[in-house]
Design a protein around this ligand. Structure first.
Ligand code: SF4
Ligand code: SF4
Length: 166
């Protein structure tokens, strides 16, 4: 069994900012590569990095960014909490500049002190899919991936390791 890596957050914050410009250039360069090869390299590297990553020592995604809540997410989470969808919206959500429902406070109200999610089984699709490094057509989300190199230590590590392929 692979021992999970405890996230050294101070180190991550400093290195992710200092090589942000280099990573942006690298990710932009991937748009000119074969999209299937880029996907294959991302997916292999995503699996490698997450096999050793202990998200419970981090939770920076839940502490600093909000998922979008689509109607299906609101229905699932409110049912889990035995609330009416309208009450769930008025308690926890706001409409952002893109007219999407997002959390009205940060860190996420459902994140516990122990970094566990209290609605884990009913969490939004965006939380399930974060940080989106095992999606198809990764070349289409290089801006998002670059943004996430400064939020998520795993994404930063994935991008660093991707450099061996391209
Ligand atoms: S920011 Fe990344 S490494 Fe940290 S908990 Fe979220 S997915 Fe895991
Ligand atoms: S709903 Fe759960 S997984 Fe999603 S941001 Fe909140 S604590 Fe994190």
């Amino acid at each position: 069994m692979v021992k999970k890596m405890k996230v050294n957050f101070g180190h991550f914050q400093s290195v992710s900012k200092s090589n942000s410009a280099e990573n942006k250039k690298f990710l932009n360069g991937l748009k000119r590569k074969d999209a299937r090869k880029v996907d294959a390299a991302f997916h292999q590297t995503h699996d490698e990095v997450f096999a050793g990553m202990d998200c419970l020592t981090c939770a920076n995604c839940c502490k600093t960014t909000s998922p979008i809540f689509y109607q299906t997410d609101i229905a699932r989470a409110s049912k889990f909490l035995r609330m009416k969808p309208g009450d769930f919206i008025s308690h926890y959500l706001r409409v952002d500049e893109d007219k999407d429902f997002v959390l009205n406070s940060s860190p996420c109200v459902f994140l516990g002190e122990d970094n566990y999610c209290s609605i884990y089984e009913a969490r939004p699709k965006a939380c399930r899919e974060y940080p989106h490094t095992n999606r198809k057509k990764m070349v289409q989300i290089t801006d998002l991936t670059h943004k996430n190199t400064m939020v998520c230590p795993a994404v930063w590590e994935i991008v660093e390791r991707m450099k061996r392929f391209f």
